[in-house]
Design a protein around this ligand. Sequence first.
Ligand code: SAH
Length: 370
Amino acid sequence: MTELANEIRVIIDTEGPMPFDRFMELCLAHPKHGYYITRDPFGADGDFVTAPEISQMFGELIGLWAAHVWSTMDYPERLQLVELGPGRGTLMADALRACRVAPEFLAAIEVTMVETSPILRERQQEALADCGVPVSWAFGLDDVPEGPLIVIANEFFDALPVRHFVRAHDGWCEKLIGNGADGRFFAGMAANPEPLIRADAPLGSILEIGAVSHQYMNALAIKIAEFGGAALVIDYGHTQTCLGDTVQALWRHQPISPLEAPGECDVTAHVDFASLARAAEASGALVSGPVKQASFLTQIGLHHRADALKRRADPAQSLDIDRALARLTATEPEAGAGGKPVPGMGALFKAMAITSSNVPPPPGFEPDGY
Ligand code: SAH
């Protein structure tokens, strides 16, 4: 049993069964034993691979996207370029390198990396050591300096905890995690339903609510509406709010139960883009998309960038570029963790932008019929 499992066991013994979002939060962000706090989980040796780790093109194009959006904001003299949950710092390093073609943009920006993990902060510091622009770190949006801003969030919202409600005879009862007699955790249900949820659905249906994501998006949209700017959210998820449990836990690229090894496996949930969009609009921001990642990347020039890189590449590098391009834009189902078919990354992942009212809709969001 992990140290974190012992600690959760004691909490449950003292306070009673805990809602799933608290369990997920402890698994990922416990200050001593949380998954992101204790390790660098990325890459072939880690638990999962993200788009910036697949190809430099991803960060480069997002950097150029940000420079373009800055121009449509009327070139503010000072701009906060913010990344939420920047992992190894690869996306930002690639973005800033690509933006050397836009020195006026680099002269205007201050970068803020919003990151809670001390290990990943170190990785980010290494990645940005020679980037040539001022960089600072923050724990949350509140610590980001005031002023016009552009925010990037790739695979950030999926790491925020979700609540689960189960449809019972008398209403929606929250899923609670309890201590089993066999030393394992098990999922049960609160005895009384939550009176404020009115949705109707067949018995046993699961309603997943990303309450922390909503709050984050509210705060982000308020900041963007107030100071002017844009945010780009890329993540895997669905465009319409729907029923079902989307939580998945990965350990070394293999699925396991999220209750199995707290703090040792990555636990994520699909992002409900419709509800994030509602949260952004309710806080005074405008929403573009969501569109498929394949569509967004294609519209902002992925294929042109790949061609340009291939002109300077040897045959092995060319093959790598083609493979990365195919992976980032794949829309057909492919074998996912544990061999189960999952939609290709280009369709599973969506991109959505939010903007203040004085900024035109950013590039990349022409409707793709999705
Ligand atoms: N964007 C990166 C990493 C995605 S993984 C990439 O695409 O490769 C999720 C990232 O979010 C990690 O860096 C993790 O430490 C960070 N994170 C998770 N919860 C956070 C929170 N509440 N505040 C800030 N960062 C968080």
